[in-house]
Write a protein that binds this ligand. Structure first.
Ligand code: IPE
Ligand code: IPE
Ligand code: MG
Length: 249
């Protein structure tokens, strides 16, 4: 299908700017397999993966996509070997440090969704720095899903909403879809229009379960470190050819 080698360079002007997804979400998978293919260790695969992150963020900024959510670390990923988890945290910190200035200059705002309290203190401090610096930026809003799991997010929503019912702030009868959405990490963010998963796995892996009810899905066999601008634009064009019916005719 769309292996990175078969993607021909595309012109941004081929895109219909009146039909761009407002929100793109990406499951960035395949760093380990990329490393194996190149006979290097998994950690070097993650390193290469962070370069692809940079390219996709800049491409969204260039095209004019308003929201980009990147699944960078799941609640289940804590179960990986400590060495790999530690290396991922080091890489994350390095990425935040190296990208901070440029993100701000390019008017990109960065936020986080997930259980940030589980992240190491030094990573949290770095995240806080970037979020504070960029909080008034308005071009692209980048949401990093870190220590994120959709089930944990839904459980947390249920706890908060029940507490509010108990204290009389919410009438249980008044709980509707909007109320649920407002108590998720993603409150105020439009649902993703397009979800891309790299490396060919046909699964969601606990990502944005509530929010992707009507999201268009695209799975590419390309391993995340090989994912780049040309393929991204190709996928956007595919998205633009789809008929989103939302259950209607
Ligand atoms: C995605 O790549 C990065 C994270 C989940 C942190 P993987 O590490 O899952 O790569 P594969 O799936 O083993 O190839
Ligand atoms: C999903 O990838 C999580 C991220 C990309 C951060 P995984 O590699 O963890 O998912 P599974 O294990 O293949 O379902
Ligand atoms: Mg994986």
């Amino acid at each position: 299908m769309n292996s990175s080698n078969s993607i021909s360079p595309v012109n941004l002007t081929d895109l219909n700017t009146s039909n761009l997804p407002t929100h793109v979400a990406i499951i960035m998978d395949g760093n380990g397999r990329w490393a194996k293919k190149h006979r290097i260790n998994r950690i070097q695969g993650h390193e290469k993966g962070s370069e692809a992150v940079r390219e996709v963020v800049q491409t969204c900024r260039e095209i004019g996509i308003r929201h980009l959510t990147l699944y960078a670390f799941s609640t289940e990923n804590w179960q990986r070997p400590k060495k790999e988890v530690d290396a991922l945290m080091v890489l994350l910190k390095r990425f935040l440090k190296s990208e901070r200035k440029e993100m701000h200059e390019k008017n990109i705002r960065m936020s986080v969704i997930g259980q940030i309290e589980r992240l190491p203190q030094d990573v949290r401090a770095e995240l806080q720095k970037v979020m504070t610096l960029t909080k008034k930026n308005s071009a692209l809003h980048l949401h990093l899903a870190l220590s994120y799991g959709a089930r944990a997010e839904i459980v947390r929503m249920a706890q908060v909403v029940s507490q509010k019912c108990k204290s009389g702030q919410i009438d249980p009868e008044a709980i509707d879809e909007q109320c649920v959405a407002e108590h998720l990490y993603t409150h105020g963010i439009p649902d993703p229009d397009l979800l891309i998963r790299t490396s060919g796995e046909m699964r969601i892996s606990n990502f944005l379960l509530w929010q992707i009810a009507y999201t268009e899905l695209y799975v590419t066999p390309t391993l995340w470190p090989d994912f780049g601008k040309d393929e991204f634009v190709h996928i956007l064009k595919d998205y633009q050819s789809r008929d989103r019916r939302f259950g209607r005719v």
